[in-house]
Ligand binder design. Structure first.
Ligand code: ZN
Length: 331
């Protein structure tokens, strides 16, 4: 469980860049101030000199040491007051010659009280979203914004339940899947006609899990299959990048494979799909599959081996009703 090491590395590199920028920003401000008020450069040098002498004295033994430290401190204080006055007189702000951080708490180190600073956690989450491939518009969606009223309360003759009750049940299962994610043993298989909220709901699950520090990858089956083929036939300028992307399909905490069944599959892609899903089962990593096909069509499309080995470990949730995208545009 937890974000990829790679993600930590990427964010840590960003923080190095931020600190480099902080230092450069200070240098630029100093140069500007000193050009306008040369006296301030002398004062700065003296403040630093006094500071160094205090440190040196503290490390040596001697009779009048304490008194000299007090004197230096007083001198330093006087210089700081003078510096502030000169800055303000010349239209600068009083911190013009100090470091300015994006996060005062960790001073842009990303670490606060020996732990990841809040700012670092936030950046990890944002980055995890970027890496998850979840579409921007769906990132604003959540269980809370889901409108169940779009689903009819009329009993569906085929299943004997209303689309509304069906969705209430599915949303409940998805919520529990999120709550118990680390101990969950079953995966989820969303199936049913298009436009019933399958992608929406998998995004809601993804969002909650990313926020609680899990790595999530969202891909359409079409994209995964072309990725696997590109990898096999080396159809890329950056094989290492493609290798890393492929590995993430195996390693992420949750893989959402959307639109299963729409891809053009071959013996090779089917075997590769089996390999990914099977490896994830063995490693007890969770997967959400989503498809517009029904169980019979799925069984026909994929080999018996895939079907019996894989789908038995999935909790199949059927979405029923009318396309709610149509209702949204009417309302
Ligand atoms: Zn911070």
């Amino acid at each position: 469980m937890g974000y990829d090491k790679e993600l930590y590395r990427e964010v840590a590199l960003e923080y190095e860049e931020i600190r480099r920028h902080d230092r450069q920003d200070l240098e630029e401000r100093r140069a500007k101030v000193f050009a306008m008020v040369p006296e301030l450069e002398e004062i700065e040098d003296e403040i630093r000199g006094a500071g160094l002498r205090i440190i040196k004295l503290a490390a040596t033994e001697g009779g009048d040491r304490t008194e000299r430290v007090y004197m230096l401190r007083d001198r330093q204080k006087a210089l700081l007051v003078k510096r502030k006055a000169l800055l303000l007189e010349n239209g600068f702000s009083e911190d013009e010659l100090s470091m300015r951080y994006l996060c005062e708490k960790c001073e842009d180190t990303g670490i606060f009280e020996d732990r990841d600073c809040e700012c670092f956690r936030r950046r990890l989450i944002t980055k995890a979203f970027e890496n998850s491939n979840l579409s921007m518009q769906l990132r604003d969606q959540s269980f809370k914004t889901m409108n169940l009223e779009l689903y009819s309360r009329e009993i569906d003759p085929e299943t004997g339940v209303s689309p509304y009750d069906c969705m209430v049940n599915i949303v409940g299962i998805c919520n529990r899947f999120v709550q118990n994610f680390d101990s969950e043993t079953k995966n989820l298989l969303f199936w049913g006609a298009p436009g019933l909220g399958k992608t929406f709901l998998s995004t809601c699950v993804a969002k909650e899990l990313i926020k609680s520090g899990h790595s999530v990858i969202y891909e359409t089956a079409y994209r995964i299959f072309s990725m696997l083929e590109d990898f096999k036939f080396r159809r890329t300028n950056d094989i290492e990048k493609l290798r890393a992307q492929t590995e993430r399909l195996y390693e992420c905490d949750l893989l959402i494979l959307d639109d299963l069944g729409t891809e053009f599959s071959t013996g090779y892609t089917n075997a590769a799909l089996f390999d990914i899903l099977n490896a994830r089962l063995i490693a007890n990593k969770k997967t959400i599959l989503s498809t517009n096909l029904d169980m019979e069509e799925l069984a026909k499309k994929y080999s018996d081996r895939v079907f019996s080995r894989i789908f038995g470990h999935y909790r199949a949730l059927r979405f029923i009703g009318e396309d709610i995208r149509m209702k949204k545009s009417v309302n």
